[in-house]
Design a protein around this ligand. Structure first.
Ligand SMILES: Nc1ncnc2c1ncn2[C@@H]1O[C@H](COP(=O)(O)OP(=O)(O)OP(=O)(O)O)[C@@H](O)[C@H]1O
Ligand SMILES: Nc1ccn([C@@H]2O[C@H](COP(=O)(O)O)[C@@H](O)[C@H]2O)c(=O)n1
Length: 244
């Protein structure tokens, strides 16, 4: 049996490796909604900064690169893409260089201002076109969509997150020691939660969901239950509409 369609915005925030991307995509697909990966947008700006030979810590030059970056993020949960200057950069933005550069780049206020404006535009377009969107990141419930109908803050023990990330890296041929991966996870979380603008933190009205001992299907089931409980699921339209 299908799950019906989502009406409104689901904001999914939390630190790295809690499962946001994996479950946000599946939740959106199950509910005929769009899916927005805001982390991919910050990663694409970080890639533009690296390609321009700019130091990610040089806030003024980072802001200048962001202002001219030609970035397009699409929202079909089955095939969301990130393009920079007309080229798909989906694989490149997951590499270690971008992962190291992205936190300082995303801490630059001008970068956040530009991307938050674009994220709000994408959300408004999705609501108009299909009625629902699942948005994942670090500041969705607190800054990008503070009036989201459902806000969920995913957490998980840092060791569990490092193990997940380590398995994912090994599967993509990027092996690193578990200690190194754990250090990287902690470094990024520290950076993201201590920056001045829109730091990583749960919104006051967010539901916190600890995924340490949940697998992905169980996490998805918990989210679907929250959507259902809030009355955000409506019967599917007979003609059906898909995100794109
Ligand atoms: N509950 C879970 N059980 C087992 N593996 C999981 C779980 N959640 C996520 N994973 C795995 O952990 C890895 C990271 O998950 P994912 O990319 O969805 O996390 P994330 O919160 O979006 O992280 P980031 O913010 O760094 O992008 C993936 O390989 C995913 O399959
Ligand atoms: N709303 C967001 C989303 C992401 N960031 C920054 O981007 C980094 C990469 O995010 P991933 O989800 O792809 O791992 C993240 O570490 C943050 O620095 C953000 O600031 N706000």
């Amino acid at each position: 049996m299908g799950h019906g369609e989502l009406r409104g915005v689901v904001a999914l925030d939390g630190p790295s490796g809690t499962g946001k991307s994996s479950v946000a995509r599946k939740l959106a697909a199950a509910l005929g909604a769009r899916y927005l990966d805001t982390g991919a947008m910050y990663r694409a700006v970080a890639l533009a900064v690296l390609r321009a030979g700019v130091d990610p810590a040089d806030a003024e030059r980072v802001a200048a690169v962001a202002a001219t970056a030609d970035l397009v993020q699409t929202t079909d949960p089955e095939a969301s893409t990130t393009t920079l200057d007309g080229t798909d950069v989906g694989a490149e933005i997951r590499g270690p260089e971008v992962t190291t550069a992205v936190s300082p780049v995303s801490a630059v206020p001008e970068v956040r201002e530009l991307l938050v404006a674009e994220q709000r535009r994408i959300i408004a377009e999705a609501l108009e076109q299909v009625g629902g969107i699942v948005v994942e990141g670090r500041d969705i419930g607190t800054a990008v969509a503070p009036s989201a109908e459902l806000k969920v803050y995913l957490t998980a023990d840092a060791h569990a997150r490092a193990q997940r990330r380590s398995r994912q890296d090994a599967a993509s041929g990027r092996a690193a020691s578990l200690d190194q991966t754990l250090a990287d996870v902690r470094r990024r979380d520290d950076y993201d939660s201590t920056r001045a603008v829109s730091p990583l933190r749960p919104a006051e009205d967010a539901v916190e969901l600890d995924t340490t001992s949940l697998d992905l299907p169980a996490t998805l089931a918990a989210l679907l239950e929250l959507v259902e409980d809030r009355g955000l699921r409506v019967a599917a339209q007979p003609t059906g509409r898909v995100g794109g």
